[in-house]
Design a protein around this ligand. Structure first.
Ligand code: GTP
Ligand code: MG
Length: 170
């Protein structure tokens, strides 16, 4: 077999927060200033070594736009990791985190799914959400938390979550 474990990951959050950019950084170590808004759902795979095990990641990149909600909600099923993103320079995207959490409660069938809250675009100066606010929300809601920038930070983001939690039970 090509891998020891298959891990299904879903990335959600408002349109424009940088979900596709985070995945592009993670998978290909690239960044695109003119990243196109996702239509429906995109799919990527990635192989990774974590603690000596070969991991195959199935990465589902959902569109944040409201008109795709019915479609995207059908992809929550069975996700083992859910990455919930906001843009720290857009207060509204942080306030909508609660909405996305409700979507997870409604559509995710996996009680053990790992949730990670991601504050993206920390390279920008005009921040509207502090790190502490993000951390406190994540802590109060049993989520992991990281700050990142798809633009300037390299690959650390998703690997962090996998290394810390994924293989504990695998
Ligand atoms: P939808 O597909 O519509 O849900 O949006 P998305 O969450 O996938 O956002 P996307 O990755 O398309 O990024 C939106 C815009 O933000 C693009 O112009 C990106 O280049 C930009 N962007 C994404 N991440 C960062 C970041 O970390 N820093 C900066 N400065 N810009 C970013
Ligand atoms: Mg996208």
């Amino acid at each position: 077999s090509t891998h020891d474990h298959l891990f299904k990951l879903l990335i959600i959050g408002d349109s424009g927060v940088g979900k596709s950019s985070i995945l592009l950084r993670f998978c290909d170590d690239e960044f695109n200033e003119k990243q196109a808004s996702t239509i429906g759902v995109d799919f990527k795979t990635k192989f990774l070594q974590v603690r000596g095990k070969k991991l195959k990641l199935a990465l589902w990149d959902t569109a944040g736009q409201e008109r795709f909600r019915t479609l995207t909600s059908s992809y929550y099923r069975g996700a083992q990791g859910i990455i919930l993103c906001y843009d720290c320079t857009q207060r509204s995207s942080f306030e909508h985190v609660k909405f996305w959490q409700d979507e997870v409660r409604k559509y995710s069938t996996n009680q053990d799914a790992i949730l990670m809250l991601v504050s993206n675009k920390v390279d920008l100066a005009d921040q509207q959400v502090t790190r502490t606010e993000g951390e406190e929300f994540a802590f109060a809601n049993s989520m992991m938390f990281i700050e990142t920038s798809a633009k300037t930070r390299h690959k650390k983001n998703i690997r962090f979550m996998l290394a810390r939690r994924t293989l504990v039970s695998a």
